[in-house]
Design a protein around this ligand. Sequence first.
Ligand SMILES: Nc1ncnc2c1ncn2[C@@H]1O[C@H](COP(=O)(O)OP(=O)(O)OP(=O)(O)O)[C@@H](O)[C@H]1O
Ligand SMILES: [Mg+2]
Length: 137
Amino acid sequence: MKACISTVQFSFCEEDRNQAAQRLLAKLAGKYDYLSSGQYRAVFKMRGERVLKVPLSEAGEFCNDGEGSIIDDTCARGKWLEIDGFVCVMQEYVEDASLSTIRSRLGRLPDWVAGVDSAQVGFTRSGQLKAYDFVHP
Ligand SMILES: Nc1ncnc2c1ncn2[C@@H]1O[C@H](COP(=O)(O)OP(=O)(O)OP(=O)(O)O)[C@@H](O)[C@H]1O
Ligand SMILES: [Mg+2]
């Protein structure tokens, strides 16, 4: 089922930022495939196996800043950037994988997966297992 961008809720402290974020999302939706949203970010698929995560609140900007700064083999690579005054992150695309899929692909379940909130992990195009939602407010 295709995700529906019109139901996304913004919760910036200032109302004009909610409206600006809504305009940014509408602009991006005209250019890129909208993948999904969580509580804090809306996510678009970009060219070149990347996603763009756009904040829905200050907490989302905090997550984007963190995910765009951490360098770790178990975390999706990312770089934060500012778009229209919002802290976003460009992150490598990770195809979500269930625990059983991970076990069958790797023959084991790496210990660190249990430490990732809701096991939000999957495989990169090159087959590396990485977390894609790893900074929390
Ligand atoms: N790197 C990625 N590659 C592919 N899809 C992704 C990636 N990052 C996020 N997504 C998709 O976008 C959704 C929302 O992203 P994410 O979970 O990072 O946002 P969030 O607002 O922090 O979520 P949560 O409510 O879980 O805290 C994910 O559930 C997933 O479907
Ligand atoms: Mg999430």
